[in-house]
Design a protein around this ligand. Sequence first.
Ligand code: GAF
Length: 428
Amino acid sequence: MSALLPAWTDAEGAARVRALFADALGGEPDGVWAAPGRVNLIGEHTDYNDGLCLPLALPHRTFVALRARPDRTARLVSAQEGAASGAAGGRRAVREVDLDGVAPAGSAGAVDGWPAYPAGVAWALAGDGHPVPGFDVAVDSCVPYGAGLSSSAAIECAVAVALDGVGGLGLAGPDDDAGRARLAAACVRAENEVAGAPTGGMDQAASLRCRSGHALLLDTSDGSVTQIPFDLAAAGLALLVVDTRAEHRLVDGQYARRREVCESAAAALGVASLRVVADALAAGTTTLTEVLDRLADDEQRRRVRHVVTEIERVRALVDVLSAAPGAALTGTALAEAGALLDGSHASLAEDYEVSCDELDLAVTAARAAGAHGARMTGGGFGGSAIALVDAASAAEVADAVERAFAAAGFARPEFLVAEPAGAAAPVG
Ligand code: GAF
């Protein structure tokens, strides 16, 4: 039977980063903080179009043990870096960054590799006028790396709440959504400007603003959020995540290209963003055909069709979940939810062209094994898919996907179950 990737408990995660900290950096940290990865239920490639999306935080988190320093240096160590370079067993490499010398990606002084995320967060917070100190930090994570489950945002957000704690910024209170939105904005700047990935804001919002037991309806046009109760277990359902192991990367041209085409299409339509078009369609003041007929370029037409129909699917899924909460998600409502996931995948594969053979196989094999609906999740070009399944048949669906991958000669996928967890916070 396919094994499910377990999430670390607070105690397990804290013990790991404390041990790494003592070994690589020496002494005790000021504290331990953790931030979750996410899956997006629906609303893909909408966040940089002022659109809507509906992520939920995973129980899988990145842990950081952090100690403030009296200077402006960051010393950083990651258990994942050692593992990736085959250094497991030996002492991990400690990276050092001068926080006053952090420069935008691509320029002289740019920070190489994963330290760009934590250093970028300190840089962005300092740029917002917050008195962040230098720091020593040890990082370890059970969020699968390169799986499209927001491992980079989880590092950023764990460091953001840690710096909030040691710097006394007062922005990360559990009920301070406005403060958390400011931390999320700093994390987005870190990712866009220091790490050089031109992403939207969904992942950081999910990691900092989600609530346990809820999906987060994020309206990226104004940054507002609505907590949508999401209790699949009450209906005997589960959200199975298939990590295809086809590595997903955002710091390449494809994601940036999608974003540029959306922006040029909005300009050609004379609107500030494609959200304006989606809202006009929802209001019935125009039709999709009229909109698409105004675009001369076929690539623009297909990208626009995805974005505006995807925003509509987010609204539709929120309506279904609100009308049939918890145990009521059965029968027609369940079929509608599944069809919306399927529709999202088709649109992402055909119109947005961000799927790949592994993702397509994951969704078709899951559906064939009884999933009510399935779609790729996250940026695409590899990464993970989600399948809405009966909880009792999650293992069976996972086995079927694994067999299909073996038959196709793909790497063995990994699986986890997405139970909506809480946002970034101190641990113990
Ligand atoms: C990645 C990005 F980081 C997000 O901002 C979002 O655009 C997503 O891809 C696609 O919906 O996760």
